[in-house]
Design a protein around this ligand. Structure first.
Ligand SMILES: CC(C)(COP(=O)(O)OP(=O)(O)OC[C@H]1O[C@@H](n2cnc3c(N)ncnc32)[C@H](O)[C@@H]1OP(=O)(O)O)[C@@H](O)C(=O)NCCC(=O)NCCS
Length: 191
């Protein structure tokens, strides 16, 4: 019912509107605007979900980040943000965007895809709690249970370390988790 395709410049206004509707303010749409300008070892991926002939009702972005490993910096990706128009929620749009994100990150050769989100949602969509694999979260302000990771084809077991966001995410407030209360980690208190 919904097709997933790369975002074009013609989608920018609709994508901004859907994040304002999904998150209730314009913080996430500003993050999206700034992420579009980011360059790095891995490209920004921006995907929309739309019903035939309609405006985008869902959007996800992947961007470059690092895993600060014991011997080197490893190029990885982060999934942020993900938003679906309130009237389109609960119909599989978010699930389809997460699946497309895993495929896209894998195709780009990223070994790991990290995110901050609710394990009850992402745990059924290919992610595990990153701390359970020994990864260290980027900030004590990120609830440990909200720190999620998916291992992709080019992952190898020697890849351990601390997940480090690029500057855009720090400027927009890592740890100031913006999803609805219900989408935060099982524990909302950082520790
Ligand atoms: C979270 C969100 C992206 C999910 O997308 P969606 O298209 O509604 O989700 P889907 O239809 O693919 O999946 C539905 C599942 O998500 C769960 N879900 C939806 N919203 C949820 C919420 N706020 N909290 C927890 N689970 C939620 C549903 O219970 C359902 O669970 P099930 O698989 O056990 O049936 C969307 O609801 C949204 O944009 N929310 C507001 C913004 C936000 O919180 N983003 C999260 C960023 S990490």
């Amino acid at each position: 019912m919904y097709a997933i395709r790369p975002e074009t410049s013609g989608d920018h206004a609709a994508v901004g509107a859907l994040h304002r509707a999904a998150f209730g303010d314009d913080g996430v749409s500003k993050l999206v605007d700034d992420l579009r300008q980011q360059s790095g070892a891995l490209p920004v991926v921006s995907l929309v979900a739309e019903a035939a002939g309609g405006d985008p009702v869902g959007h996800v972005m992947l961007s470059h980040a690092w895993l600060d490993g014991a011997h080197r910096l490893i190029d990885v990706m982060v999934l942020s943000p993900l938003g679906v128009m309130p009237e389109a929620q609960g119909k599989g749009v978010g699930t389809a965007l997460v699946a497309a994100s895993l495929e896209a990150a894998d195709r780009l050769g990223a070994p790991l895809l990290f995110l901050e989100g609710n394990h009850r949602y992402y745990g059924r969509r290919g992610f595990v709690k990153a701390a359970s694999l020994g990864f260290r979260r980027p900030s004590l302000r990120m609830p440990e249970n909200a720190f999620q990771v998916a291992r992709l084809a080019s992952f190898d077991a020697g890849m351990t370390g601390t997940f480090v966001y690029r500057d855009v995410h720090w400027r927009h407030g890592v740890g100031l988790y913006r999803g609805s209360e219900a989408m935060r980690g099982d524990e909302t208190t950082a520790r």
